[in-house]
Design a protein around this ligand. Structure first.
Ligand code: ANZ
Length: 262
């Protein structure tokens, strides 16, 4: 799936097109993401329940640049104030994602009718919170949809899968939800959706170990998911080193370097 970085704003975003065909954003190529289909389990949120009851496969679709980290998923995130939709896709699947990403997908042969978006309902992130999901390759049988306040609705699908072992943003946000009962209460999140979920060790990075996000958050004194500058620094520190020097600890590519396993 070709999505877009938030800086690009063009009706052609995400289409497979020559760079000079863009009405704006020339020189910026579309970002290619892997979409992770996280199936909605029961009890489904009210707005999605009718589709699930009909036997339809309904998925929250998360856009990731790190498909090799899916073994470490502990939850999924949406923006509580974000506007999402349920869209009919090719083959009858229903995808829950931002309007913008659904439009992009319609130009990539993914919707029921090519170049058309069929929206079945509109739903806010808040209305989806607490939804149980099946995350592919994850160790946990069921994970939950939790709030992340720093999601940009203009990037990817607006749905983010969470890997707190390797993504500092995810580690900080999950830790906020674990340590702050009032934050959970504000979003209707229960203890069972958060407390049992521990970091899963999936990649070893020399000098950072197998919980690189936790280590870098502690080293830099990151206090919460809103510590934007420090989180950006944390990502710079672990991502490049992890890519070239990290080794997979799990899955079919165990022992391989991340850059080869990917
Ligand atoms: C799982 C994962 C594991 C990720 C991991 C990163 C590290 P950049 O490079 O900044 O573009 N993401 C995706 N959509 C997002 C959105 N709308 N708002 C905020 N974050 C979003 O980062 C790409 C990564 O940012 C994606 O890859 C996703 O988290 C997150 F160890 O997926 B990643």
């Amino acid at each position: 799936f070709k999505g877009n970085r938030p800086t690009i704003f063009s009706p052609l975003d995400g289409q497979v097109c020559a760079d000079h065909d863009r009405s704006s954003g020339e020189g910026i190529q579309p970002q290619e993401y892997t979409l992770i289909k996280m199936r909605v389990l029961e009890p489904a949120p009210e707005k999605l329940a009718p589709f699930v009851a009909e036997g339809k496969a309904v998925y929250l679709v998360a856009a990731t640049l790190r498909p090799e980290t899916m073994y470490g998923q502990t939850n999924c995130f949406v923006l509580p104030t974000g506007k999402y939709g349920a869209f009919e896709m090719k083959g009858g699947d229903i995808f829950v994602c931002s309007d913008r990403s659904a439009r992009n997908m319609s130009f990539q042969n993914m919707t029921a009718v090519d170049k058309e978006v069929k929206k079945l309902c509109t739903v806010t992130g808040q209305e989806l919170l607490g939804c149980p999901l099946k995350a592919p390759n994850a160790r946990y049988e069921r994970v939950y949809l939790l709030p992340l306040l720093t999601i940009s609705m203009g990037k990817g699908t607006g749905v983010v899968t969470s890997v707190p072992s390797d993504a500092p943003d995810d580690y900080a946000a999950l830790r906020d939800l674990k340590n702050k009962p009032l934050l959970r209460e504000r979003f209707g999140i229960t203890e069972e959706m958060v407390l049992p979920y521990e970091v899963v060790e999936i990649i070893d990075i020399p000098g950072y170990g197998s919980r690189s996000a936790e280590k870098v958050c502690k080293d830099l004194g990151i206090k919460s998911q809103n510590d934007k500058d420090k989180l950006a620094e944390a990502k710079d520190l672990v991502y490049t080193k992890g890519f070239y020097e990290g080794r997979m600890l799990v899955g079919s590519q165990t022992g391989q370097k991340v850059c080869d396993a990917k």
